[in-house]
Design a protein around this ligand. Sequence first.
Ligand SMILES: [Zn+2]
Length: 380
Amino acid sequence: MAEHRYGLGDHGPAVAEIRTKLVQLGLLPAVASQVDPLDAVFDQAVDQAVRHFQQERGLTAHGVVDAETYRVLDEARWRLGDRLLSYVAGHLTIGDDVSTLQRRLLELGFEVDRVDGVYGPATEHAVREFQRSVGAPADGTCGPATFKALARLSPIVTGGRADALRDSERIRRAGPGLPGKIVVIDPGHGGVDHGCSSHGLVESEIAFDLASRIEGRLAATGVRVFLTRGRENSPDEASRAEFANETNADLVVSVHVDEHLNPQASGVATYYYGTQGSDDMRSTLGERFAGLVQREIVARTDLRDCHSHAKTWDLLRYTKMPAVRVELGYVTNSGDAVRLADPGFRDVVAEAIVVAVQRVYLPPDLDAPTGVLQLGELIR
Ligand SMILES: [Zn+2]
């Protein structure tokens, strides 16, 4: 399934499986009579259901079931109590049941990094703490007794999400100085994957060039900078996230440019981890960081402001630290293409991103208005 994509007009057993999952999620009406899997068709109704699902889950709503959408569809079937939950390094348990568990633990005042549906070490730790608090064996595995105990207790945390408060506290404790902080820059695509191209511009090359410009400027402020890829390779999104986690990065910036069939589409947008509707499935700091990057770029360039948005793309989801993905202009728009081709423009953008990184760490009383901090003031 991983290497296949299913969309409008496709048919066969894989489409039958997709239909079944959508029916289970209540996104597609069940068909009365049994249909031979070979005859299952990816029709308009399936297309609509897939788009709806993608929208709801913070994925790009293109209606095509690619590897990422398939995986998220598969994770969505789990309800808390359906299976035992535990942390197995190298083979993570992922699903809606884990999100429900994390939400419940947060409500009860236990620390999980955030609600992302991934049963990682932080979730296991929170489960052990919870088990200890109710006098149960603290084995870190969620079984029937733990499910029952979780259901019995009522929420104690009110007036602000515990994980968001903890994240802000972490930033405050990190202090405003940039020296010693670690930032991972992720140039999109690479290797044989060129991303989008138009007007003589190639996304993977622009991304790498921009990443190098950001790298140089950040390094000058004393930040330790790492790139997720070299000039010629292209790790997948999950590996890039893993790299950032292993590097213990404080922040991650992923650099892309966009394209559209409509040549009028233009502007810059930023993305952070989260889903539109749900307030707890969102990285508060990621949102703040994305907002700062967005505003600094808009203030320093004449790119159209396409705002910040929540998404659950792998890189945003699997990174443990605030991460932002920048889609810097459309190569398919002639105005944006002229800007993107200009080295001076790229320098301005690199500087905007460095300023945004600094502003994440500035307490409100030291913070400067958007567009006024200069790189020279940040260099030690
Ligand atoms: Zn891209």
